[in-house]
Design a protein around this ligand. Structure first.
Ligand code: ASP
Length: 455
């Protein structure tokens, strides 16, 4: 059994929806389909989810929201008319939006989640109704009915474990099932959404719940590139990658697949394939527990993310003091700041975090560290970029770090920090933001374009 998820651009127009259903109907193993809200139809277009946020903002500011609501209804009307369907659904859409606005106006974060869920929810209903009208038995299933129970944190839902048992029952249906992505229902009976891009998460949860043999994630690219195609010209598409590698690359900016979607899949080792709705015969990228390693795929991908801040702390004889790091981390905990890396020396430690974590309160945090931790020196660096070289092959093969540092040195890139954990799945380099693109290009040349160093 396969679970297939189609992203926003795949379900943004009537033509796209027809393509999706051709894919779905051409394989009887594709039994459960997760859909996103209609995404962008062209570069300047606005996603339905963003239109829903605009509607929410008008309502909350007590402004006239009718034109925003109509814009949303129009997105579905365009699809419905082109598919030659009855317009009954448009009345349901209008009534549902109005109903949420009236009943939840005094609970803004609940209203936001309820409105956000509409994007995928209406689309799932529309797609199920259309496929049925084409003679293929198809049923819309709401996340509540499917059993997707989540925590009660608005816009940040997490799946509750009991959902998996309930979801297993979806195997008993004979029809094709269309499930809206991006939200679940809390025990308090509220609609709660996953973080943005969260239809991938729904797909992963459903795939795990029904113990699918494969989770197909259809998008508008034929897989995952080894590096950002806006930086490297025509990068290779990755044929196979492990869950752990994917997690590392998503962390540092690979946006094709939501990083929170990996966890449920990883647990039960459900393989994933990232495929292109517009070129369904392309092989795509498989994400699995293990992969074949050969000399050309030691490194599976290179990414570089910007927007990091680093706190540099010096303390003479730090290595002999018990509890020094705990005190520093205690201050970060007081401010609810999470950090990403912590390379250290005998008398120094650097704490790297996303700049948004410390933004606005940097001065207070620094003062607290000075007051509570008895440091010798404390400084902050902004505009740090993190270059991640990711590959499970590195732990068996000698010389990757040598190749990478050589590539970076040849491009005259100063390495501010380096970090490699014992798992050797990735090497992280802290570099200046201004060097970020150059670093990706030069390391890519060495890793994939035959500029390999002989060791
Ligand atoms: N529609 C939601 C968003 O734009 C969720 C998704 O498409 O995955 O974030």
């Amino acid at each position: 059994m396969k679970v297939a998820k189609f992203g926003g651009s795949s379900v943004s127009t009537a033509d796209q929806i027809k393509k999706v259903l051709n894919i779905v109907n051409s394989d009887e193993d594709r039994r459960i389909i997760i859909v996103s809200a209609p995404g962008k139809r062209h570069k300047e277009d606005v996603k339905t989810t963003d239109l829903l946020i605009r509607l929410y903002e008008k309502v909350i500011d007590d402004l006239d929201y009718i034109s925003k609501k109509e814009e949303i209804i129009q997105r579905y009307a365009d699809i419905i008319y082109e598919l030659d369907m009855s317009d009954n659904l448009l009345t349901t859409i209008d009534q549902t939006l109005e109903n949420f606005i009236t009943t939840l106006k005094d609970k803004p974060s609940r209203l936001l989640d309820a409105l956000l869920s509409c994007g995928e929810n209406f689309n799932a209903q529309l797609i199920a109704e259309y496929n049925n009208s084409q003679g293929i038995p198809t049923r819309y299933i709401s996340p509540g009915e499917a059993g997707i129970q989540v925590t009660d944190l608005p816009q940040n839902a997490q799946i509750l474990d009991q959902s998996y048992e309930a979801l297993y029952n979806l195997r008993t249906y004979d029809e094709k099932l269309i499930v809206p992505g991006f939200f679940g229902v809390s025990r308090q009976n509220y609609i709660v959404t996953f973080p943005r891009g969260g239809s991938d998460i729904t797909g992963a949860i459903v795939a795990r719940g029904v113990r699918a043999d494969l989770y197909e994630n259809f998008t508008d690219v034929s897989g995952i590139f080894r590096a950002n195609p806006t930086i490297v010209k025509n990068p290779e598409v990755i044929d196979e990658i492990t869950y752990r590698e994917m997690r590392e690359l998503s962390y540092a900016g690979f946006g094709v697949f939501h990083d929170e979607a990996l966890q449920p899949l990883h647990k039960d080792r459900i393989p994933v394939v990232i495929k292109n709705t517009n070129r369904p015969n392309d092989t795509g990228t498989f994400i699995r527990h293990d992969r074949e390693i050969n000399s050309s795929n030691i490194v599976s991908g290179i990414s570089c993310d910007k927007g990091f801040t680093v706190l540099n702390i010096k303390k003479y004889l730090m290595n002999r003091q018990v509890g020094f790091t705990r005190k520093i981390l205690g201050v970060l905990e007081d401010y609810n700041i999470s950090f990403d890396h912590m390379p250290s020396g005998i008398d120094s430690i650097s704490i790297i975090m996303r700049s948004k974590e410390i933004h606005n309160r940097e001065e207070q945090v620094l003062n607290d560290i000075r007051d509570k931790c008895d440091v010798d020196e404390l400084s902050v660096e902004h505009d740090l970029a993190i270059l991640m070289i990711v590959g499970e092959g590195m732990h068996r093969i000698v010389g990757t770090a040598n190749t990478i540092t050589h590539a970076l040195a040849e491009s005259k890139i100063n390495l501010k920090m380096m970090n490699q954990g014992a798992s050797e799945i990735s090497i992280m380099f802290g570099i200046d933001v201004a060097d970020a693109d150059k670093a990706v290009k030069s390391t890519y040349e060495y890793c994939y374009n035959g500029k390999c160093l002989k060791v």
